[in-house]
Design a protein around this ligand. Structure first.
Ligand SMILES: [Zn+2]
Length: 284
């Protein structure tokens, strides 16, 4: 009899511990479920947030690209750009351009705009575009800080507006945007609606003779043409460049190129930093 009680008690104990274990397991699994659902909720929230962020980003970029034209989609177009004017050579350049029914863009120096206001007006009257090239053309001054670079362009913008009533956002920084125009400079220009233009054909007209620069430019245009890239040609307002410009424009006419001016509607062509940019004063 005693033995039977013992077995019964033992049986009850086993049952009870089984129940407890079940309960314990249930508790754990509920906790796991709860924590899983929290994680799910968190993930969902995170996902929604990422989606919203992505959406905002997409909207911003699609807005930018939607209204800006990619110049490489244009066939047989070249963009002639002249830096460092206006000066006495500008008049000759304007005459040649008119003769060949060519449009161009002039990136002007602020002090020279004040010195030759009539030339600035002539450029506009003959249906060319004006961009800004700063005030000092001195790398140590222009690239000293984000603000100094911006200020030079703002000063040029204001002078052009005062002289002609025309507002421009087109800029080319002295010596081009590589290497001193780091991302923070570019961002500040973008915040101020400026459009930075570099070039993909360097005429080297400041170092080569007249015929040499023309040959070099033609050579580069032919290569870009094969790759369906629209040429943006860097030239300067000099007497030598003006003198040999008819040879270049004859080639362009004969090869059915249209010479157009840069506009606000075009997506600017810029050298990209790709780790090639550094602050002017970074070594100090
Ligand atoms: Zn220059």
């Amino acid at each position: 009899m005693k033995k039977h009680y013992q077995i019964l008690i033992l049986f009850c104990l086993i049952l009870m511990s089984g129940c407890q274990q079940n309960h314990y397991e249930k508790e754990i699994s509920e906790e796991t479920l709860l924590s899983q659902s929290i994680t799910l909720d968190e993930n969902k929230e995170k996902e929604e947030l990422t989606h919203t962020e992505e959406k905002i980003e997409n909207e911003a970029t699609s807005e930018d690209t939607e209204e800006l034209i990619d110049i490489d989609t244009e066939d047989n177009v070249v963009y002639l750009t002249f830096d460092d004017g206006p000066n006495l050579a500008t008049s000759t350049i304007l005459e040649v351009l008119q003769e060949y029914d060519a449009e161009a863009t002039f990136f002007l120096m602020e002090p020279l705009m004040r010195e030759y206001p009539q030339l600035v007006q002539n450029i506009l009257d003959e249906n060319h575009a004006i961009g800004l090239h700063g005030v000092t053309h001195n790398k140590d001054k222009f690239y000293e800080s984000e603000q100094s670079a911006l200020n030079e362009m703002l000063q040029g913008q204001e002078t052009l507006k005062d002289l002609t009533g025309v507002h421009t956002n087109l800029i080319r920084t002295p010596y081009g945007s590589i290497p001193y125009l780091t991302e923070s400079y570019r961002e500040l220009f973008q915040e101020n609606n400026f459009k930075i233009w570099d070039w993909n054909v360097d005429s080297s007209d400041w170092s080569l003779t007249g015929q040499q620069y023309v040959d070099s430019v033609i050579n580069q245009i032919e290569k870009l043409d094969q790759a369906n890239i629209t040429p943006i040609i860097l030239l300067h307002d000099t007497a030598e460049t003006a003198e040999h410009l008819p040879t270049l424009l004859t080639y362009l006419k004969n090869n059915h190129f249209t010479m157009k001016k840069l506009t606000d509607q075009l997506k600017p062509y810029q050298f990209s930093c790709h780790e090639r940019c550094y602050r002017l004063n970074s070594g100090q």
